[in-house]
Design a protein. Structure first.
Length: 95
């Protein structure tokens, strides 16, 4: 799936309703479930999706992650992952 446009830090994104984000005990990982299968996420991907989908802007989610992990300026890394997730159809820009 191709993204309509490139994401920006001011954008607010949400999970695509076709995907369900949750902890999967047998996998010992967060996953995205969808009708055709499952995507096993690493800890970083799960943390970004948790912090950046929903009410906060991408910039606010990235700032939360920077505070949580005591790393300066994660904007570029977070935006890069979210652009891939957007292109794959996992997330969409909230309207």
């Amino acid at each position: 799936m191709q993204a309509e446009r490139q994401l920006g830090l001011k954008d607010v994104v949400e999970l695509n309703p076709n995907y369900h984000f949750r902890w999967e005990e047998p996998q010992q990982a967060h996953v995205l479930l969808y009708p055709e299968g499952i995507v096993k996420l690493n800890q970083t991907a799960a943390a970004i999706l948790e912090a950046c989908t929903g009410a906060a802007s991408i910039a606010e989610g990235a700032a939360e992650l920077a505070r949580r992990y005591r790393k300066p300026d994660l904007d570029a890394e977070v935006l890069k992952f979210l652009e891939v997730a957007h292109a794959k159809g996992w997330i969409r820009i909230k309207s």
